[in-house]
Design a protein around this ligand. Structure first.
Ligand code: PHE
Length: 357
């Protein structure tokens, strides 16, 4: 019996694959296996012999079973190691140049804007791109007959025949996120809301889908002066200049009162834009103090709270900062354009690391 033990343990240790192991198992422990047969002999032994041989055979059976299991595991581990060695690849190698992607200017500028406003305590809020007309218009103090609805070249969705609820719209601005933020968090609020917006318009500076960033700050004593400071800080940080000159032009939006459009001083000398100097003015955003009707629509008491809001074109400030002449090319997915104007994926804009390099 000790021969049996040695023979099998040696064979198991030397087995090179699972099939060999299985054959050994059958040979030793299968119905007609050597050990099974030996166990059958027990019946013919005297009680004394049996008492001695029985436990020994059982122990041998257990030992061979565990040797088989251990070897099986060993083979599986070795196979896995082999596979890992074969499939190893160095993920730190740079991608092949032709496959290197770039960060789109819109993504880059959105990150830059988010970093700058985050530094001033603004969180990012979001809302859906398919919006009810209540959020896009009514709640923003633009009632059904208001000319602003027509001016916006709105895309409407269709309702099923016989369903005469007002259709949803592709949001024409990020301002509906003001209402959603008010409803969700109540006052005080400090958020920006970057995202896609839609208007039926197409020329060198307009595409039917473009990007805006909304800003909203509500507290007990927020004023136009706070708006002015925040926007000045933003423009300086964004255009990476020490001084800017902003011009607030009285304007009108249904959802703000008073309202102002904001221009920055610039020059176009030699065809390149310089921000902060020169005799030209460039409009970059609309803004104002949130209208009491709008606060009320968002569930906020205008007797207790007030605030400012602004809306800025992300694509537009991207064109300005990076000297990109045609907005339509932003969305053509032309690889040459993307490689030329795109940014490195490893260069995330931060205030301390530099916004753009
Ligand atoms: N929603 C306005 C637009 O799209 C911009 C704006 C936002 C103006 C917030 C004032 C306050 O033109």
């Amino acid at each position: 019996m000790s021969d049996l033990r040695e023979t099998y343990l040696k064979a198991i240790a030397g087995a090179g694959d699972e099939a060999t192991l299985e054959a050994l198992r059958v040979q030793a422990l299968g119905k007609k296996g050597e050990i099974s047969l030996a166990m059958r002999e027990l019946g013919r032994m005297s009680a004394e012999e049996r008492q001695e041989a029985g436990p020994r055979l059982n122990a041998l059976k257990d030992e061979i079973n565990s040797a088989l299991a251990a070897k099986k595991q060993g083979l599986a581990d070795a196979a896995l190691d082999e596979r890992l060695r074969g499939e190893w690849l160095d993920v730190t190698l740079p991608a092949r140049p032709r496959r290197q992607g770039t960060i789109h200017p819109v993504s880059q500028v959105t990150e830059e804007v988010t970093a700058i406003f985050a530094d001033m305590g603004f969180a990012v809020a979001e809302g859906p791109q398919i919006e009810s007309d209540w959020y896009n218009f009514d709640a923003l103090n633009i009632p059904g007959h208001h000319p602003a609805r027509a001016e916006m070249d709105t895309f409407y969705t269709h309702r099923a025949d016989g369903d005469d609820r007002p259709p949803h719209v592709l949001r024409t601005h990020t301002s509906p996120v003001q209402i959603r933020a008010m409803q969700m968090q109540g006052a005080p609020i400090r958020v920006i809301a970057p995202g896609r917006v839609y208007r039926a318009d197409y020329d060198q500076t307009h595409t039917p889908m473009f990007h805006q960033v909304e800003g909203l700050a509500i507290d007990r004593d927020i004023s136009m002066a706070n708006l002015k400071w925040v926007l000045e800080e933003f423009v300086k940080a964004f255009f990476e200049v020490d001084a800017v000159d902003l011009r607030f032009r009285a304007s009108h939006f249904p959802f703000t009162e008073p309202s102002a459009e904001v221009d920055i001083r610039c020059s176009w000398e030699g065809g390149t834009l310089k921000v902060g100097e020169g005799d030209d003015w460039l409009e970059i955003l609309g803004s104002g103090m949130v209208h009491p009707h709008v606060l009320r629509a968002g569930g906020i008491d205008p007797e207790q709270w007030q605030g400012f809001a602004f809306g800025m074109g992300i694509d537009r400030i991207a064109m300005l900062k990076y000297g990109i002449p045609d907005l339509r090319a932003f969305f053509d997915s032309d690889l040459r354009w993307l490689r030329h104007y795109g940014f490195s994926a490893l260069d995330q804009p931060t205030l301390h690391g530099g916004l753009s390099r």
